[in-house]
Design a protein around this ligand. Structure first.
Ligand code: AHR
Length: 330
């Protein structure tokens, strides 16, 4: 009955012209397939594309799943609408990567009422209401930021730049997202600890190359006296570097601007190898296998850890090699 209902809803959705995946699998009479609705925030970065691919490549029919995928195109409203549709479709699990931390209470209460477990991936949600989700899988963004500022502290110490002013430009990710909140908090705390670190500009680059290029360009109209550019992802770093170079500045930690980035995508690491990015802190997008593991445990009624951080590392431009880049999956 439940599968029949799903087929009917999906046919309706198909006729309405909405994007859906895995409809063909719904013809299957296999009731054991686990139906997952996944609301992805968008496709703003290389990281995001790799994250989507990882989920899609893991939650396959061969692996026991039917996946409904919705791209929210950076709109929280679209995510809320997608989750509501998943509830109506009576999926077995709802998976979503929230654009921002807040504003999810009512829709997640609807999911709770419908007894559908919610797994939050990548970015976290904040709420005063208890038990809105079953599990979270993602990054410890504050700790990523801490890795970056500790590296900077150490590097500046080695250069004996502990007294002279260090002018820092900060290009933030999407405001209100966990990735922005954690990485920003780590930088702001480090700035308050170091009297010679001065935040000369702080603007939002929305995790995209184009926006970061634009904001870096406008910052450069005010000042070119810049020592460090702290970008909250690789896309932003690439955009900022393009603007800095166009303005005649050199990106190089030894005798130019020290660019710090997050994600460690192939392209970001290639920039690191060229020393244009001094430090690239990994943000691991390969979360599909973690999601699969949690769902399978829940299916077997085994205990799970509610918060699961993915494994991550860091790369600096003095020790990275081409071989390190070549063996990476994204
Ligand atoms: O939430 C993860 C962040 O979002 C990644 O750092 C960024 O590239 C993405 O768009």
């Amino acid at each position: 009955m439940r599968k029949l209902l799903l087929v009917a809803i999906c046919l309706l959705v198909l006729f309405c012209g909405c994007e859906k995946e895995a409809e063909s699998t719904l013809d299957s009479a296999d009731d054991k397939l686990i139906v997952v609705g996944f609301s992805q925030v968008g496709a703003e970065s290389e990281w995001r594309v790799a994250n989507t691919e990882s989920i899609k490549a893991t939650l396959t029919e061969e692996n026991g799943y039917v996946l409904f995928y919705e791209d929210a195109r950076q709109e929280q409203e679209n995510q809320i609408r997608a989750i509501r549709t998943f509830i109506q479709q009576e999926v077995d699990y709802i998976l979503f990567s929230p654009k921002v931390e807040t504003g999810w209470d009512s829709i997640l209460l609807e999911a709770k009422k419908a007894n559908i477990p919610v797994i939050v991936t990548d970015r976290y949600i904040e709420s005063d209401v208890e038990g809105l989700f079953t599990a979270y899988i993602g990054s410890n963004f504050y700790s990523e930021g801490e890795t970056a500022v500790l590296w900077l502290e150490d590097f500046l110490k080695k250069q004996s730049r502990t007294e002279e002013p260090v002018h820092i430009v900060h290009i933030q990710g999407t405001i209100g997202s966990t990735a922005q909140i954690g990485r920003t908090a780590a930088l702001e705390q480090a700035v308050s600890k170091h009297p010679n670190w001065q935040l000369v500009a702080q603007q939002c680059g929305d995790f995209t190359r184009a926006k970061a290029y634009e904001v870096m360009g406008s910052i450069l109209e005010d000042t070119k006296d810049i020592d460090v550019v702290y970008c909250e992802n690789d896309g932003e770093a690439l955009g900022a570097i393009a603007a800095l170079e166009e303005a005649g500045l050199v990106c190089n930690p030894v005798d130019g601007v020290i660019v710090i980035s997050f994600d460690a995508t192939r392209l970001g690491l290639q920039y690191c190898l060229e020393q244009k990015i001094a430090l690239n802190v990994e943000c691991n997008p390969l979360q599909g296998p973690y999601v699969d593991e949690i769902i399978k445990k829940l299916e077997r009624k085994e205990p799970i850890g509610r918060i699961r951080y993915v494994e991550e590392t860091q790369f600096d431009c003095f020790t990275i090699t081409q071989e390190m880049i070549d063996i990476r999956d994204y």
